[in-house]
Design a protein around this ligand. Structure first.
Ligand code: NDP
Length: 531
């Protein structure tokens, strides 16, 4: 690895590699440049991780859980350092980084330290098939080996640690590539894990851009976790497929928020505004398509407008900020193109918090669009910023139809006082999770599996399922009696009759048919026992 704060190096092939850069998104000021790992660095890291992981795996799960507890103490002690670093590098206010990232990760460390010893313990099974019921079956959970994580910039701590912690407690070595836009948050996470006693080669941080991510796959990590856009996720999945590397993909979303006629309007307005505009709208589970029942549409839109116009778009550093800058100004280009497409098609802006002239174009004013139709880009594509299209719907069926008419399927929210109606709608939504009268909470709850369907990805993080993604199960079946089996060679006409009797005994309809196969079946096993 190269040291920090030096210029981007030239790799063996002579091509310049892009350094990872920590910039203040509010000013564009470059305050740290971190050398990108080369292909050789990645190969070395994978080799070191492989060598180091044997000792790590040989620790008991409880010992590894102690390291997670240690990490929790370190993160707790250095909590504001982490939150302020995220503010400076990602642009969200430190208070938001504390709520959405630091506090969530503190809880995840506690949760995985608690549940891992139980979940990863070998499990005995009792087979139900009478032909094999005397065998002893145990399911062991084994770590994959070296787990690669390609992490995004929008939640640089949550979406890194949320995977690294279960991977580590399961006995894997971890190589994490933080986003090239937030390398410092990633490096601080690595430093904290090492401070908690995780060996340096068991958790390695490799800053860099897509080339480093591609090299991780090329160098043969044993499992890969990717969070990012659907387009890149597809490329990652193809590369993993070519090498038979299993991967978990947490991709984009275009979540629908469905506001029904009986919703608590104040809670719905405040929740949706927070869900959509926190982190400057750069959240995978943010409500990105608002579907409001015609009966409350006008009133809801009026409340939404005044709430959005009151949002303070400002640099987060001063403290008087609700919505900060986008990660980089280019992130706004896509939003402006989506906005232009919608207004050209007849949609109009009903609310905008406005942008002071002193702010650069990376500050995108929180904006509400009305008069949208399902064919517009804002409804079909992911809008990764503070832009919220609103549509009037006249029935629950129409809301469900519009919500499901998306290539994404990450999550959705339903706002109503009627729990039965909400659950009925939730059952019909084609998404990985549904939140009723709340928003975003699904992505950071330690116990709840998080992930999408359709273009939103495959696999799950968080919860028990997130831990089980970090291990493969090995089945060990043992038979110590020394008997033969009736289905071993040779096949005879008698075996055919025996097997037919056994089929009747095991699967026949009714007691009479089943009893008709008992004695011949017992005879079959008895004879095999002696052979
Ligand atoms: P991308 O999904 O495009 O890229 C994520 C990371 O993967 C980057 O470091 C990228 O490097 C790297 N990468 C690119 N190609 C490969 C490859 N072949 N193999 C391995 N790694 C690769 O996200 P971006 O950060 O560039 O943001 C683009 C868009 O993605 C955003 O506008 C947003 O819409 C969406 N996004 C969604 C997130 C979510 O939580 N769902 C999180 C972040 C972004 P490089 O930049 O060099 O291409």
């Amino acid at each position: 690895m190269h040291s920090v704060l030096d210029p981007p190096p030239i790799d063996a092939a002579g091509t310049e590699r892009r350094a990872a850069e920590s910039r203040d998104p509010a000013t564009g000021e470059l305050w740290r440049r971190v050398s990108s790992a080369s292909h050789t660095d990645v190969a070395d890291a994978v080799a070191r991780a492989r060598a180091a992981r044997a000792a790590w795996t040989s620790l008991s799960t409880s010992r590894r859980a102690d390291h997670l507890r240690g990490f929790r103490r370190v993160l707790f002690r250095r909590r504001w350092e982490m939150a302020e670093l995220i503010e400076r590098e990602n642009g969200k206010p430190a208070a938001e980084a504390m709520v959405a990232e630091v506090l969530s990760v503190l809880d995840m460390a506690r949760y995985y330290a608690r549940v891992a010893p139980r979940l990863l313990r070998p499990r005995a099974l009792r087979p139900g098939d009478p032909a094999v019921m005397r065998k002893k079956v145990r399911i062991h959970r084994e770590p994959f080996g070296v787990v690669g994580i390609i992490a995004p910039w929008n939640y640089p701590l949550l979406l890194s640690a949320g995977i690294a912690l279960p991977a580590l407690v399961a006995g894997n070595a971890v190589i994490l590539k933080p986003s090239e836009y937030t390398p410092s948050s990633g490096l601080l996470l690595g430093e904290m894990l090492r401070e908690a006693g995780v060996p340096a080669d068991v958790v390695q941080l490799l800053p860099g851009d897509g080339a480093v991510g591609a090299a991780l796959i090329d160098c043969g990590v044993d499992k890969l976790f990717f969070t990012g856009s659907t387009a890149t996720g597809q490329r990652v999945a193809l590369a993993c497929g070519a090498r038979m590397i299993p991967c978990v993909l947490e991709l984009g979303g275009s979540d629908a928020a469905i506001v029904l006629d009986d919703a608590h309007l104040d809670r719905a307005v405040r929740g949706i505004v927070w869900g959509r505009f926190s982190n400057a709208g750069q959240t995978c589970v943010a409500p990105k398509r608002l579907l409001v029942s015609a009966a409350v549409y006008d009133e809801f839109l009026a409340r939404l407008t005044s709430e959005v116009e009151a949002l303070r778009l400002a640099p987060p550093a001063g403290g008087a900020c609700d919505v900060g800058p986008l990660i980089r100004p280019w992130q706004g280009e896509q939003l402006r193109a989506q906005l232009a497409d919608a207004t050209a098609g007849g949609a109009w802006v009903v609310a905008s918090s406005g942008r002071a002239e002193t702010l650069h174009e990376g500050f995108f004013p929180p904006t509400i669009l009305a008069g949208v139709t399902p064919d517009m880009r804002v409804m079909r594509e992911e809008t990764f910023g503070p832009l919220l299209p609103v549509m009037k719907v006249s029935s629950d069926d129409e809301a469900i139809g519009v919500a499901n008419a998306s290539s994404f399927g990450l999550s959705a929210s339903v706002w109503t006082r009627d729990a039965v109606r909400a659950r009925r709608i939730a059952a019909r939504l084609e998404v990985g999770s549904v939140v009723i009268n709340d928003v975003g909470v699904n992505a950071a709850m330690s116990e709840a599996p998080h992930g999408g369907v359709k273009g939103s990805g495959a696999g799950r993080s968080h919860g028990e399922e997130g831990l089980l993604e970090c291990v493969r199960s090995k089945t060990v079946i043992s038979d110590t009696l020394g008997w033969g089996e009736p289905w071993w060679f040779s096949y005879t006409p008698e075996l055919r009759r025996d097997l037919d009797a056994f089929a009747r005994f095991a699967h026949g309809r009714g007691l009479r048919e089943r009893l008709s196969g008992v004695s011949r079946s017992l005879g079959m096993f008895f004879r095999a026992r002696r052979s």
